[in-house]
Design a protein around this ligand. Structure first.
Ligand code: ZN
Ligand code: ZN
Length: 412
């Protein structure tokens, strides 16, 4: 165990938090062939890596890491696979980091079991520390990715694809940077993690601080809630809801409209808690209120959303008239005003088929862009067609869910 190997294990934590198998594959490749590279070959990190045991650098290990890295990069493109992996993501990444740090920290031994057996208390606690660093970083990374995902959930404007490629390239480049300047890389990693952590904590604290005590029972409630979730006292003046579901400074002028706005931002219409699931009927995790209690409530919701369509289309037309530059703000605008409130209630699998229909329609519409005058109609056309397709999908889903709920009621 040397200082350089410690620096490598710590400095590579952000790369393992992003693409663990790709990071492991690059590390194993460098350990096997790195000393032959020009410029990088004689760096101290490369020398330390080159002593890694053969179970880590052998053909079999390289083959397995390579295959897993390819699978990892490919699966990052699929939203369904990402959702599936989300549950044990941090754990799996920590395990990969642990295995790699065991290989780097004790290069003398030739077998995994022997490595584990031979490592002293210090080296073991250090490997555990490296793995838990990766664990913490993964959780931070996922929070950031989640925010970006909400902006362009179906990758209509390619934000997700861009983010995926940044992470792939960054994992490989980050490791090469680590070989070149280990101390600088460790400092940068630590600062990045600290920055993300502070930003996250501040956002959480802000939400906590924004809560107001209920006039009757004193329970702290969100300022854009309509009812106290504890004693059901209505709030005197609930605040407006922002584009990301956050409370705004000014009071909401119309209560009925405000409840609709909350649901459209995937918040509980009573207590304003964020709704986690992607289904039409779901009980709120704080107060238990079911969204869309009956079909009338659902129909009223769609009608309110429909009333918002003309204004959205008008703004989209204005933005679309700006050549090239207007397209992206236009797409983000209609997604936030019209699509989030529909798509957020469609389960992932149904969303998947719908997503492809929407994508094909969008490509067709974008192909019209070079045609003069037609340019201004591109974004409103996308907005209208996407909204119509998603709305149809949601209505179908709602019919099924209401029928199931009715069957249960009859059976009970
Ligand atoms: Zn109360
Ligand atoms: Zn609630």
């Amino acid at each position: 165990m040397t200082l350089t190997s410690i620096l490598y294990t710590l400095g590579s934590a952000p790369m393992f938090a992003a693409r663990p198998f790709l990071a492991a594959f690059v590390t194993a490749l460098l350990a096997r062939f790195g000393t032959h590279l020009p410029w990088l070959g004689d760096k101290e990190v490369m020398q330390v890596l080159s002593h890694a045991p053969s179970w880590f650098t052998g053909n079999l290990a390289l083959g397995i890491f390579g295959a897993l890295a390819v699978a990892e990069v490919a699966s990052a493109k699929s939203a369904e696979l990402r959702d599936l992996m989300h549950e044990f993501d941090a754990l799996m990444k920590s395990v990969v980091a642990l295995v790699v740090s065991l290989a780097i920290l004790d290069p003398e031994t030739t077998k995994v079991v022997k490595t584990i057996d031979k490592l002293g208390v210090f080296a073991w606690s250090f490997s555990a520390l490296a793995a838990s660093t990766v664990f913490g970083m993964t959780i931070l990374r996922n929070k950031v990715v989640e925010v970006l995902k909400e902006l362009d959930e179906d990758d209509d404007i390619g934000l997700q694809t861009l983010l995926n490629w940044i992470e792939n390239i960054w994992t490989v480049m980050g490791i090469l940077f680590l070989v070149l300047l280990p101390i600088a890389a460790v400092v940068l990693s630590a600062l990045t993690a600290l920055g993300l952590y502070v930003a996250r904590k501040r956002a959480e604290r802000k939400e906590e601080e924004s809560k107001v005590p209920c006039a009757t029972c004193g329970t702290r409630i969100l300022p854009h809630a309509t009812l106290c979730h504890s004693c059901r006292t209505p709030l005197a003046a609930p605040r407006k809801v922002g584009v990301f579901g956050q409370p705004k400074a000014e009071a909401a002028p119309d209560l009925a409209l405000h409840r609709f706005e909350l649901v459209a931002r995937k918040r509980c219409p009573d207590c304003a808690t964020r709704l986690q699931k992607r289904q039409v009927r779901q009980p709120c995790t704080t107060c238990g209120r079911v969204t869309f209690r009956d079909e009338a409530e659902f129909d009223a919701y769609l009608a309110a959303l429909n009333r918002r369509l003309p204004r959205t289309l008008a703004i989209c037309t204005l933005l679309s008239a700006v050549p090239l530059l207007g397209v992206i703000p236009g797409v983000i605008y209609y997604r936030l005003t019209m699509i989030t409130g529909v798509r957020g209630y469609i389960p992932p699998l149904r969303g998947c088929t719908t997503k492809w229909i929407v994508r094909i329609v969008n490509w067709g519409v974008i192909a019209l862009q070079p045609v003069p005058l037609l340019g201004a109609t591109i974004v409103p056309l996308m907005a209208w067609s996407n909204y119509t397709i998603y709305k149809r999908s949601l209505a179908g889903r709602a019919t099924t869910e209401f029928a199931t709920a009715q069957m249960k009621e009859l059976g009970a």
